[in-house]
Structures are given as C-alpha cells and as structure tokens.
Design a protein around this ligand. Structure first.
Ligand code: ZN
Length: 253
C-alpha cells in the first residue's frame, strides 16, 4: 500500500537560529520526510511524501493537497496563531472525513490539535537537555512495532503532567524524565473517521528526529493513521431496514 503523506512544518526556527539550522539543514520537515522516505517495507507500506510550510500560500495546505493526503504530520511551535482559521477548519474537515493526523511535540498547542481535542492541551515544560525514556505501554500496538521496551532520548525538553488532553483511546508510550516528571507521550484518538496520534519527542534544538528509533515510530504512526477501506456509514433521516409492525403503534389509534 502506498500512503500519501504531507509533512507540514512551521519552518521558522530553522531560518532564524543557526543552532537549529545546523541540526536541521533541510528543516524539521526535511528530517521527517527523510525518515518516511527511508522506509524499507518495515511497516508494510510505502510513503509518497511531500512537504508544506507555513509561509507558502494557504500554508501549502490547499484543498487539492489535502484531498490527495492520506496522513498529515504537523510540527509547529512559535507561530500557531499565524495559521489561518480557514485552513485549520479545512484540515479538521479532512480529518473527520478520514485523513490521519500526527501532531508532533509542540503541536500540542496547534490550533488543529486543540480543536480536535476540545481541551487546553496545556502541559508542564523545562528545557534542560535531560534524558527521556519513552516506555512502551502497549507493546502489541502497530505504532510500537520494532521498538524495544523503551526508547531513550539522551537530550530532551521535558514535558510533564498534567497534560490536559482527553483520555487517549490507546496510550502507546509513557515518558519518564531525568528531573522526575512523567508524561503521556504517545496518544491515539479517533475523530470522526480520522485517526489522530500525538507523539511528544522533537524539540528544535535537539537532534531527536535523526534518532533511528524515533524515525521508526514516525513511520509506524503514519502507517497506522492512514485511512483503510472502512465501512460505509449513513446519517440523517432513514427508512427502516426491516418492515416495522405498526399495529402496536398507539399514536395511530
Ligand atoms: Zn520544544
């Protein structure tokens, strides 16, 4: 199966800070796109990858692009407010209609993620290059395929509970940080017909998206979030499937 992926990035830190540009010379979107392109059949899927960024017209997320997108990945941080509401609504409608969404790291505060969650999505944070261990708490889940008992990120920004999101339908990773906090760092949701995965790692001043285990999870997550064949569904006023016995209907007597 070929999955069409659009990797979206705010793409500001990389252009404004040398330190970030050195870590992500092709942008964070470039690193994520590479992680998907290096798929070797490990997820049973191949990825057709395009990228889109904030400063493109319509943020690169036109109706045509979204109509061709099976899964959208989202990285944003400093410019959430600059994302046009009209584009957010367009993305939301596509998710409800079956497009997968992977919200990464500081995308917890993106307009699209908070709209889909309906909560503040606030959390505790600290930037101190500390160790993070993402413990796999649902080892049979496809997003954890090929991962060891835990993934260790040597230098991470801390995100701590409480993370104000709805209870995940499935929690795949639970993080521990050197400073003592814990965090639900791999959360699965369904919204309408779309699958949504929040994945915590990915701060712009650490090389997290170059780490092989994290890249594996990105591939797994995109494969998981892609729309399947699905069942057909109908809504609205409906004729009965079986004839209804109206003899016992008191309203007609
Ligand atoms: Zn960060």
């Amino acid at each position: 199966m070929t999955i069409s992926v659009t990797v979206w990035n705010e793409y500001r830190h990389e252009r404004e800070h040398d330190e970030v540009a050195e870590l992500y010379p092709e942008g964070i979107h470039g690193a994520i796109a590479d992680a998907l392109r290096e798929a070797d059949g490990d997820t049973g899927s191949e990825f057709e990858v395009r990228t889109a960024t904030l400063d493109e017209p319509e943020h690169g997320l036109t109706e045509d692009v979204l109509a061709e997108t099976d899964v959208l990945t989202w990285w944003g941080h400093a410019a959430h407010d600059e994302v046009a509401d009209e584009v957010v609504e367009r993305v939301r409608e596509h998710v409800l209609d079956g497009m997968g969404l992977i919200a990464l790291h500081s995308a917890h505060y993106s307009k699209i993620f908070t709209a889909l969650m309906g909560t503040t999505c606030s959390l505790k944070w600290r930037e101190a290059a500390e160790t993070e261990r993402l413990w796999v708490v649902e080892p049979s889940h496809p997003i954890a395929a090929g991962v060891d008992e835990y993934i260790e990120v040597p230098e991470a920004e801390m995100y701590g509970e409480r993370f104000d999101v709805p209870q995940p339908e499935t929690l795949v990773f639970n993080s521990w940080f050197e400073g003592g906090e814990v965090f639900r760092s791999g959360c699965c949701y369904t919204r309408g017909e779309g699958r949504v995965f929040y994945f915590r790692p990915g701060h712009e001043t650490y090389p997290v998206y170059h780490q092989p285990e994290i890249r594996q999870v990105l591939r797994n997550a995109v494969a998981w979030a892609a729309p399947g064949e699905g069942a057909s569904s109908a809504t609205g006023n409906s004729d009965p499937v079986e004839p209804i016995d109206t003899d016992d209907d008191r309203s007609v007597h």
